[in-house]
Design a protein around this ligand. Structure first.
Ligand code: WTA
Length: 636
């Protein structure tokens, strides 16, 4: 790893300039000097945002797992790659060295191969945060199978939708998942999902919770005996740089989730380079990201980014509140964690609890704190800074997306100083711009606009699985020749970016992107419901909570309303998962609509926020009278 590490502001400025002035030369050097290639590229970048088509390092051949594991064996065979901290603090942790990881990934690859999985096949991984999750991801990558990890908190319907969309034939799951003192019966959820997925011919099971499960003959098999038998060597499949590495689903503003497709080489370069620099990872450091590998943060900053840098990465199975609210800090002390990366929703939840949970532990190992997933409010930022970082750890507020593959805007410890509520400056190679509503780039500072990016970066998602048109419509059609992020942003007089939130119909609840459309679809399945609209309202811990306006087919007895609310939330839980449940449900006599029939969410949002003084002109609505009726009902 030669010229990879940005050490000071001068380095940053110099590298940033070259990455913008001559991106091909810049990225070719990073790629050449810091990774192993079986063959080098013919061209560094080919792109056209209008098509859209983006190709990095075309002609190159590589395998990402050789970069994550094999090449480290010379120097780091005995270094810990993954530290596994179980849900139950009394269960012993596991430390997996690079050598052991090599063997376990190879064995898993051989098992997958023996079940007929080939290059290009999609494999669904539905596992809790146990080492087998990271190992399965890497095993797929080793044989060129495309992994599609589905967060193990999603419902059977959500799981089935994702299996069907990319036509997975094999699912890797476990008997159950520990969540605090509960066990979630994952196998039962998978069984239910597979009732609708006849194409799945094989389910491989990790034994984790030892709850009773039934195995379906010919379809279900326990992994342990297969792994035991498997050979310890598996040749890494030669992959083209643009071969898909994985699919990861994210919510959109229309019903179906979007299967974002990430490439092999570009993603690798982006994940590795950002990890090293944004966390300023040093060789002996212990790094911990609390995300779940079911989300992109876990893909890039628990698995790929750290392993590409021969780092030690902590994987935590449990929740921050079990056995008590000191668990995170106890783990930091236990492993002497140096870099700690979490989400604002977790910080807010922990900040509500007594400081005794923090002060009991020695957090002096911490050097860098990170935040991701949603805007971090000043209060949470200050708490994190004062009580966890003790005012000596730089905080990196990292803005990025499932679609971007790696961090896009962030401060850099000891290089670019952080500033509360600002993600700050673009990372090397990233060219953000703000656009006004007329599609014109705003050049001044101290303005707010829609956040776009005007030039490709290596880890941008290449398409939506099976729907390239939707990829184009969603990201490249709002503003000509630009990638549109869906976020609004303010740029201050120093050129620092603050992300102000989504400008589309995606609401971020506890760091999870939820599209309004799929939730409304779930609600509308209820027999009593005529139509519905969801808006987000600010919430102390979750960032946003969901508020549903529901118009029923016929009036309902007030004493039955609560039962109906429960039924509606039950439907949402079934279709999507408990994270999408509504905190407030109002039964309203109608929804305000434009004359073309579009629901005016802007008005509903204002009412839910209790901001009814400036609703604007409602007289042009199809049903203006409904606005006052709703206000009278809700704002008492
Ligand atoms: C939001 C997560 C403010 C944003 C990596 C983005 C943020 C969406 C930040 C992507 C941040 C993420 N500050 N907002 N530091 N990080 N977001 O795809 O709205 O789960 O578009 O990727 O989260 O969420 P996703």
């Amino acid at each position: 790893m030669s010229d990879y590490h940005i050490k000071n502001l001068e380095d940053y400025s110099k590298n940033y300039k070259s990455s913008v002035n001559n991106p091909e030369k810049f990225w070719a050097e990073i790629a050449k000097n810091n990774f192993v290639w079986k063959r080098e590229w013919n061209s560094v970048l080919n792109w056209d945002f209008n098509k859209p088509e983006i190709k990095w390092f075309e002609g190159a051949i590589l395998n990402i797992t050789e970069n994550c594991i094999d090449r480290h064996l010379d120097k780091h065979a005995n270094k810990t790659a993954i530290v596994f901290e179980p849900n139950d603090e009394n269960e012993k942790e596991k430390k997996i060295s690079y050598k052991e990881l090599y063997i376990r990934v190879n064995k898993m690859s051989n098992v997958l191969k023996s079940k007929g999985v080939k290059k290009g096949d999609r494999v669904c991984i539905y596992l809790p945060m146990i080492p087998e999750l990271a190992i399965s991801v890497l095993a797929c990558a080793r044989i060129g199978a495309i992994h599609s990890v589905v967060f193990a908190g999603f419902s059977s319907t959500a799981l089935a939708t994702r299996i069907i969309d990319c036509d997975c034939r094999l699912v890797i799951t476990s008997d159950g998942s520990f969540r605090g003192n509960k066990i979630l019966d994952l196998k039962a959820i998978v069984d239910k999902a597979l009732d609708n997925c006849p194409q799945v011919s094989k389910v491989l099971l990790v034994n984790r919770t030892k709850n009773k499960i039934s195995l379906k003959k010919d379809r279900d098999e326990l992994l342990a005996p297969l792994l035991q038998e498997a050979k310890e060597e598996c040749v890494a499949e030669p992959m083209q740089s643009e071969d898909p590495l994985f699919i990861l689903y994210t919510s959109g503003s229309t019903g179906k989730p979007k299967g974002m497709v990430h490439s092999t080489a570009g993603y690798m370069v982006g994940a590795a380079y950002t990890f090293k620099n944004i966390f300023q990872y040093g060789d002996e450091d212990i790094y911990w990201c609390t995300a779940d590998i079911g989300w992109v943060t876990g893909h890039s900053y628990i698995v790929y980014g750290p392993l590409l840098n021969a780092a030690t990465t902590v994987m935590f199975e449990g929740v921050p509140s079990y056995p008590d609210f000191g668990r995170f800090w106890k783990i930091v002390e236990k492993y002497r964690v140096n870099q700690f990366y979490t989400a604002p929703t977790a910080i807010r939840a922990l900040a509500k609890e007594s400081l005794d949970f923090v002060n009991k532990y020695n957090l002096s190992s911490l050097k860098v704190l990170g935040s991701v997933g949603e805007p971090i409010n000043e209060e949470a930022w200050n708490w994190y800074n004062n009580h966890i970082g003790k005012n000596k750890c730089p905080i990196v507020d990292t803005w990025w997306q499932t679609e971007t593959g790696s961090i896009m805007i962030s401060s850099i410890p000891n290089v670019i100083k952080g500033k509360a509520t600002f993600a700050t400056l673009p990372f090397i190679g990233i060219q953000p711009v703000l656009m006004d509503n007329n599609g014109k780039e705003i050049l001044e500072n101290s303005v707010e606009g829609r956040l776009c990016v005007k030039f490709p970066w290596p880890s941008i998602a290449r398409t939506i699985w099976g729907d390239h048109q939707r990829y184009k419509d969603t990201y490249f059609s709002t503003f000509e020749n630009h990638y549109f992020t869906g976020d609004g942003s303010y740029r201050d007089d120093q050129g620092y970016y603050r992300i102000t939130g989504r400008v589309d119909d995606v609401i971020i609840v506890s760091g999870h992107n939820l599209g309004t459309a799929p939730i409304e679809d779930a609600i509308n399945e209820h027999n009593e419901v005529a139509e519905s609209a969801i808006v987000g309202v600010p919430h102390e811990v979750k960032g946003n909570s969901l508020f549903g306006y529901i118009n029923l087919k016929s009036k309902i007895d007030p004493t039955k309303q609560n039962q109906l609310r429960n039924e509606i939330n039950g439907l949402i839980s079934n279709q999507i998962g408990p994270i999408a449940k509504l905190d407030q449900i109002e039964f309203v006599p109608g929804l305000p609509k434009t004359r073309s029939g579009k629901i005016m969410r802007r008005i509903l949002r204002k009412i839910a926020h209790n901001e009814v003084d400036n609703l604007g002109d409602v007289s042009t609505l199809l049903n203006p009278e409904i606005v006052n009726q709703i206000i009278n009902q809700i704002i008492k």
